[in-house]
Design a protein around this ligand. Structure first.
Ligand SMILES: NC(=O)c1ccc[n+]([C@@H]2O[C@H](COP(=O)([O-])OP(=O)(O)OC[C@H]3O[C@@H](n4cnc5c(N)ncnc54)[C@H](O)[C@@H]3O)[C@@H](O)[C@H]2O)c1
Length: 310
């Protein structure tokens, strides 16, 4: 298949590009490199340095993709709270622009990187896909809006789509200098012997899913005739305090984290049920948190600290 991966220079998108290429697909990457890195882009992919808000009609005629896998986004919840217009321009208008250009060039499927943020504070745990969607940040509102647009395009134009609602994704290549990606941030602070900040009291519960499992879901999502929304998660909850302690033990550092102020828009507890993905996509997570954390620590220590970590 000819697959266009937007955000293919970023953390999750670049792993998906690698996997699609390994599966024998022809892969095209569209990325504006705002947070992504050129070094992440698989040399076997064709790279277009462009923005999802550009006029893409001519470019899409040239690429002629069968599938668009859309991972480019403004990814920060706090930034979406501070500048909701920018968030909406990239995450909503940018997505509509892609679907519109894709339909004109004859795509058969659209895969969206959605988020558990669409549920807001949950009424029950873990949330299934039928849980009420009451997002509490512009970022979550934007992801939900994109899902609704995809439903509209499916209903009116027959475009198949798969919206993958990720819980918290972690693993190699995650940006450790951004405002999210708590695992990458903790690991890098500890490897530098610096004191990490935990926002709030650290009792926030999260569902951490390893990037290789997320990639496997994106391979399953290529199946034709499967449309709809799927949680991609582990269904297991870990507090930020517990997560920090686990990472500190793996790295072998005895540094107490500093507790800072809570972040606006952050959820207190988030945990998603992946039963639907298991039943319909045949997908389940396979990497345990301890194994995923060890793998991620190894990657960061090799990449930035000559393999040294204790
Ligand atoms: N990391 C997570 O835990 C998580 C959870 C839920 C959903 N998601 C979603 O997964 C996707 C990928 O996230 P990530 O963690 O890999 O982030 P990332 O920042 O590493 O990747 C995003 C990529 O999109 C590119 N990009 C941003 N704005 C663009 C634009 N206007 N035009 C073209 N390219 C643009 C960036 O340069 C970057 O390469 C995003 O849609 C994000 O919302 C991530």
């Amino acid at each position: 298949m000819r697959i266009l991966v937007t955000g293919g220079a970023g953390f999750i998108g670049s792993h998906i590009v690698d996997a699609y290429i390994n599966e024998g697909h022809e892969v095209f990457v569209l990325d504006n490199l705002s947070t992504g890195k050129r070094e992440n882009i698989n040399p076997k992919a064709v790279f277009y340095h462009a923005d999802i808000r550009d006029d893409l009609i001519l470019l899409f005629k040239e690429i002629n993709p069968d599938v668009i896998n859309h991972h480019a986004a403004q990814i920060y919840v706090r930034a979406s709270v501070e500048d909701p217009c920018f968030d909406a321009e990239v995450n909503i208008i940018g997505t509509i622009n892609l679907v519109d250009a894709g339909l004109k060039s004859g795509i058969k499927k659209f895969i969206l990187a959605s988020s558990g943020a669409i549920y807001g504070e949950q009424e029950y745990y873990p949330a299934d896909e039928a849980h009420p969607s009451v997002p509490l940040s512009p970022y979550g509102v934007a992801k939900l809006t994109c899902e609704k647009y995809l439903h509209y395009y499916k209903y009116n134009f027959g475009l198949d789509y798969t919206a993958l609602r990720y819980s918290n994704v972690y693993g190699p290549r995650q940006n450790h200098l951004g405002e999210s990606g708590v695992i990458a941030i903790f690991i890098n602070k500890l490897l530098k012997d610096e004191q990490p900040v935990i926002h709030g009291d650290g009792s926030q519960m999260r569902d951490y899913v390893f990037v290789d499992d997320v990639v496997a879901a994106n391979i399953k999502a290529l199946e034709p005739n499967i449309s709809g929304e799927f949680n991609i998660s582990t269904g297991a909850e870990t507090s930020v305090n517990e997560l920090y302690d686990n990472i500190a033990v793996i790295i072998g550092k005895d540094i107490t984290a500093y507790h800072g102020i809570e972040k606006k828009g952050d959820l207190k507890r988030s945990c998603l049920l992946y039963k639907k993905a298991k039943e319909i996509l045949g997908w389940s997570p396979t990497v345990s948190l301890p194994d995923g954390l060890k793998n991620t620590v190894e990657w960061f220590s090799k990449k930035f600290y000559n393999g040294f970590h204790n």
